[in-house]
Write a protein that binds this ligand. Structure first.
Ligand code: HEC
Length: 210
């Protein structure tokens, strides 16, 4: 796998052992993700949700172990600790926007002493989320612009849908929010530029606008 192949609107991330560990995955979280569609680093979306619902959630424990072992390699690396880039805690207009637009579902700083906690059965935690830790900001930008559909996960678990914010936020505001989220909850400080947001916004087929 070379990683970052585009699967529809969302990009398939790097699944090499190094790429997975860098985004916070280890064997246990991968196994949980394949079995249930949810794990600390991510909730399955899009094409991966179909894979989990139709296939991996139906595997038995031994097969799940085998896939998780295959993906993480013979000498698995521990999930990389989350870096805390300088300036990650600096207040910014993006922080206010996060509180106004996102925190109602994804959790607000300090509510129970943890950053970015999700609300169970409503939305996943963003602290340490794989999309925020990915060097490629594609999926984070797409989630902010388009939102994400409602999910029925294996068993009785489900996640509500996430609204898109493409109409409320301009390219610079989306980039600023992505930068703040990546620094604060994803340990990344390479800047996301407004041009990148613009390119993804322009690539949205009309049919995807809601
Ligand atoms: C109405 C509730 C709601 C609001 C408001 C909301 N989200 Fe979400 N968000 C969700 C849900 C539910 C999911 C999981 C759904 C999915 O993965 O399809 C999600 C998923 C995500 C993901 C992907 C997580 C993953 O594991 O793949 C990101 C990134 C994200 N939201 C960022 C944001 C940002 C940034 C904002 C504010 C601009 C925001 N969300 C506002 C409900 C919400």
């Amino acid at each position: 796998m070379t990683g970052n192949d585009e699967l529809g609107r969302l990009a398939a991330p790097d699944l090499t052992p190094t790429g997975l560990a860098a985004r916070g995955w280890d064997r246990a979280s991968l196994r949980a993700y394949l079995a249930t569609g949810t794990a600390v680093p991510a909730v399955a979306s899009d094409e991966m949700l179909k894979v989990v619902n139709l296939s991996t959630s139906r595997l038995d424990g031994k097969d799940l172990d085998a896939i998780a072992t295959y993906l993480t390699g013979d000498s698995p690396r521990p999930a990389a600790a989350l870096a805390r880039p300088a300036g990650a805690a600096a207040p910014s207009p993006a922080q206010d926007r996060y509180f106004a637009l996102c925190a109602g579902c994804h959790g607000r700083d300090g509510r129970d002493g943890r950053d970015g906690q999700g609300v169970p059965h409503v939305a996943p935690a963003l602290h340490g989320n794989s999309s925020l830790r990915d060097a490629n900001p594609h999926n984070l930008i797409a989630a902010i612009l388009d939102g994400l559909p409602e999910h029925d996960l294996p068993g009785l678990e489900r996640m509500q849908d996430m609204p898109g914010f493409g109409e409320q936020l301009d390219d610079a505001q989306v980039a600023e929010l992505a930068n703040w989220l990546r620094a604060r909850y994803g340990g990344r400080d390479e800047p996301v530029l407004a041009d990148r947001v613009h390119a993804l916004r322009s690539a949205t087929p009309e049919s995807e606008h809601r």
